[in-house]
Design a protein around this ligand. Sequence first.
Ligand SMILES: Cc1cc2nc3c(=O)[nH]c(=O)nc-3n(C[C@H](O)[C@H](O)[C@H](O)COP(=O)(O)O)c2cc1C
Length: 231
Amino acid sequence: MTDDLAPVTAEALRERMRSAPVLAGPLPAFDPAAAGPEPGPLFARWLAYALDDGVPEPHAMTLSTAGADGRPSARVLMLRGVDLGLPAFHFASDAASRKGRDLADRPYAALSWYWPRHGRQIRVTGPVEALDRSAARQDFLGRREVSRVAGFTGVTSAPLESRRAYEEARREAAEHVAAHPDDVPRGHTVYRLVADEAEFWQAAPAQDHVRLLYTRDPAAPGGWTRGLLWP
Ligand SMILES: Cc1cc2nc3c(=O)[nH]c(=O)nc-3n(C[C@H](O)[C@H](O)[C@H](O)COP(=O)(O)O)c2cc1C
């Protein structure tokens, strides 16, 4: 299928969006009273269910950051791993990219997932740290060759003068990877966001949506407080 190049009016779009089904279900049930005292195991259960049930790319997530000027910016990334105990969420990117620069200025971010088939949204916020070079090395060298070549092609988010310049850089990157298969780009970085807040949102028929918020609280038994939010 190719993009249809015919012009589309705003009114036509509005009509089509109005009639497009949202949270159509059937939706899984979620009993917040039965959720555990910590958010990690619940995250694992929801992600595992999305993987089992064939939700497309359920490990794709939106990372939101803000730069020194406070301007927010968001983009989709792959979740590379989770420490369920904390919980902490790992992702990888180029430290010189916009998100990398944002995180160097303000090491705090939000992650969100949306799984339409299950009517589920998870939001997590917390401080972010860059892991050491050995984590970057392990992450990068575990990738397929095409991804390693991409990692050596230019600097993510820097202005690109032409597609021709890109093709040339990509050719050089392929040669570099073939000649130095153990090399890791200097900027390749694995980041870790340690959740200090995690919200689980479950859609329900008739808009009886359920929201469960975990907030890190060292004074609470188990280190977390739990509460419902109005949907
Ligand atoms: C499904 C999907 C997965 C992606 N995964 C990553 C990723 O794991 N790391 C990454 O740096 N960019 C990834 N990207 C590209 C980013 O969305 C983004 O375009 C890029 O990192 C530059 O973002 P920035 O300019 O805000 O730094 C992915 C994009 C999509 C659509």
